[in-house]
Design a protein around this ligand. Structure first.
Ligand code: EPS
Length: 396
């Protein structure tokens, strides 16, 4: 249905994002994407690179006069830092390559793609691996996700996120999340709704930076307005739980995904897990049903239930430590301190924005799968017809 691919190295000329399958007629401006790219660049704990870049797209194809054409949408995001790295990243061969290239990386960082990548791809310089393994690539994901978000907005579906944990500190989550979740979370330098926890987290980041260490954390993504019945129970690869988990686990440094209660559901009996049904004539998108709880996180049998989708995503600490861990110099075989390239203390607030983008992609894909994707008009007509059919069945 929807497909996207990205290309680009962190310090190369730029990043490319190509998204295919967007229905014709979707209103779309570069600013819709740039707004999301700016959100990804925020967050206390980022390094100097984010002051260099001002990510923005050039729309190369698939959009005309402010509307999608139904053809692949290609976007280019130029790396401003390329100016300082041209000699190192030059695609053309130079005398003495590759050993003579400056800033060669031969001391792989534990936890990064460096070591395995060097051996697997038979490279002498881990830069050939790390430039692509860099989380810079997630800029291109957010660009594709921003377009998916526009599509979802057209059918009344919204996506937001907030940070719920950083490096051992929990943020309290209000009983009722704000209706405009991102307006609230983006106002916080850590994208958290708990200002007391935020102060502790900021102090922790400062302390961790001084210690040359890094921090991980957890973000919660919330998707509201979904009609019931996206995805399917019939085959493993059509279940949305798996599609979401796969997409989110592909984000660099993400090590865990929980849907609804997640691992907590394994520790208590069924009566404390499943969400009881009650009739509610005000909720057509949920089959005129309201759940007493939403412990399932909006998915049952691999399908949307009509309740908000609730997903938590855990990110490990960044593997570039300014106080480096032990490693081996791959050229000499001697014990060494790992390379300490410029990096961030934490990027968990940005990870929340990237997770939103991946959720937007998976849910927009499920919408196009269910309602058809040639034109926005057709998609909306099909969705209205489906909701009328569901309403007729639930007119108790
Ligand atoms: C990254 C290292 C840092 C981060 C970068 C990811 O970049 P640099 O080495 O240029 O200072 O800032 O993140 C981004 C560039 C980004 O856009 O998020 C790494 O090694 O993964």
């Amino acid at each position: 249905m929807l497909r996207f691919t990205t290309a680009g190295e962190s310090h190369g000329p730029g990043l490319i994002s190509i998204l295919e399958g967007v229905p014709a007629g979707l209103p779309l401006r570069a600013e819709d994407v740039d707004r999301e790219l700016r959100r990804r660049q925020q967050g206390y704990g980022r390094g100097r690179r984010m002051q260099i870049e001002q990510d923005a797209i050039e729309l190369l194809s698939g959009v005309r006069a402010g509307q999608a054409l139904g053809s692949p949408i290609a976007m280019l995001i130029r790396n401003r830092d390329w100016r300082s790295w041209q000699e190192i990243m030059d695609p053309a061969p130079r005398d003495g390559d590759p050993a003579a290239r400056r800033r060669a990386v031969t001391r792989p960082r534990p936890g990064h793609a460096d070591f395995v990548g060097m051996l697997k791809y038979d490279r002498q310089d881990a830069r050939d691996i790390l430039e692509r393994a860099s989380a810079r690539e997630t800029t291109a994901r957010v660009a594709a996700g921003a377009i998916c978000r526009r599509l979802l907005e057209e059918i009344g579906v919204s996506i937001g996120s907030h940070l719920v944990h950083l490096g051992g500190i929990d943020a309290e989550t209000p009983a009722e999340l704000p209706s405009d979740l991102n307006a609230a979370s983006d106002a916080s330098p850590l994208r958290t709704l708990d200002s007391a926890a935020e102060r502790q987290m900021v102090e922790l980041i400062d302390r961790t930076k001084r210690a040359g260490d890094t921090l991980g954390g957890i973000c919660e993504v919330v998707c509201r307005g979904l009609p019931l019945g996206l995805g399917s129970h019939v085959s493993w690869d059509r279940k949305l739980d798996g599609r979401l988990a796969g997409a989110l686990m592909s984000i660099p440094a993400v090590k865990g995904v929980e849907i609804g209660m997640g691992f907590g559901a394994a520790r208590v009996p069924g009566s404390a897990v499943h969400d009881e049904l009650g009739a509610d004539s005000q909720r057509p998108r949920a089959g005129h049903v309201a759940r007493a709880t939403n412990r399932a996180g909006g998915l049952e049998g691999g399908m949307t239930s009509g309740e908000p989708l609730m997903v938590r995503v855990a990110m490990k600490p960044i593997s570039t430590l300014m106080k480096p861990l032990g490693t081996i110099d791959v050229i000499t075989g001697e014990p060494a301190a790992a390379t300490a390239e410029r990096s961030d203390v934490t990027a968990v607030p940005a990870m929340g924005v990237i997770a939103e983008a991946m959720v937007a992609f998976v849910m927009a894909d499920a919408v196009v799968e269910k309602f058809g994707g040639d034109s926005l008009h057709e998609l909306q007509r099909n969705m209205d017809g489906y909701l009328s059919q569901v309403a007729a069945r639930t007119d108790w």
